[in-house]
Write a protein that binds this ligand. Structure first.
Ligand SMILES: CC(C)(COP(=O)(O)OP(=O)(O)OC[C@H]1O[C@@H](n2cnc3c(N)ncnc32)[C@H](O)[C@@H]1OP(=O)(O)O)[C@@H](O)C(=O)NCCC(=O)NCCS
Length: 164
């Protein structure tokens, strides 16, 4: 059914992924309006994290999805410390172009991330979202457990963990 491929993120994908990041996070619940420079900076910043796992989904010509993850360091999400099993992978960003949704692209990229995390010896994946039509069901389908709203600074955020 789905006519797409998943491959590793490459340095030269930065602009296309920044465009897609701006597009996909401009919609609710994020309503994020950021400049191309800021988006590129975030994409670049994620991609140079040690042990970065970056995936993109492509159709015949274009990048239509991206998924970024990297190790969760001790100083990030400190309020989760009692439940974190280290080493843990922070599933940082995922976005799929609106014209390519409901084809399983996000599911495929998340499953590939889980597989790679397992192979690299991570004990847990950590994800978060806000109240979200898609991500709640998707995390649940993949076996993530909801921890609920854990961040006192950002009470709308809902956290999820998947034990490997
Ligand atoms: C969230 C997002 C990445 C999902 O991408 P996608 O490729 O369309 O997702 P999939 O096709 O793999 O969906 C897998 C399952 O998730 C759930 N799902 C996905 N979109 C949904 C929606 N709009 N409403 C309800 N459930 C949804 C369904 O259970 C779906 O399975 P099904 O199609 O067999 O019913 C995409 O909607 C997106 O880019 N949103 C904007 C950015 C964003 O919010 N990112 C997440 C930040 S936490």
């Amino acid at each position: 059914m789905a006519n797409f491929k998943i491959r590793d993120y490459r340095r030269e994908d930065e602009s296309a992924v920044a465009d897609l990041y701006m597009l996909t996070f401009a919609e609710p619940p994020w309503n994020k309006r950021i400049s191309f420079d800021k988006a590129s900076g975030e994409v670049h910043g994620n991609s140079v994290q040690p042990a970065f796992i970056g995936l993109v989904a492509t159709d015949a010509e274009n990048i239509v999805g991206f998924r970024f993850a990297y190790p969760l360091t001790e100083n990030v999400f400190r309020f989760l410390s009692p439940v974190i099993k280290r080493p843990a992978l922070n599933s940082a960003k995922i976005g799929v172009h609106p014209d390519y949704r409901r084809r399983g692209i996000a599911r495929t990229m998340m499953l590939e991330t889980i597989k790679r995390a397992y192979e690299k010896g991570f004990k847990q994946l950590v994800g978060r979202t806000k109240n979200h039509d898609a991500m709640g069901p998707l995390y649940a389908e993949l076996g993530y457990k909801s921890l609920g709203r854990m961040d006192p600074q950002d009470p709308e955020r809902i956290y999820y963990v998947l034990d490997l």
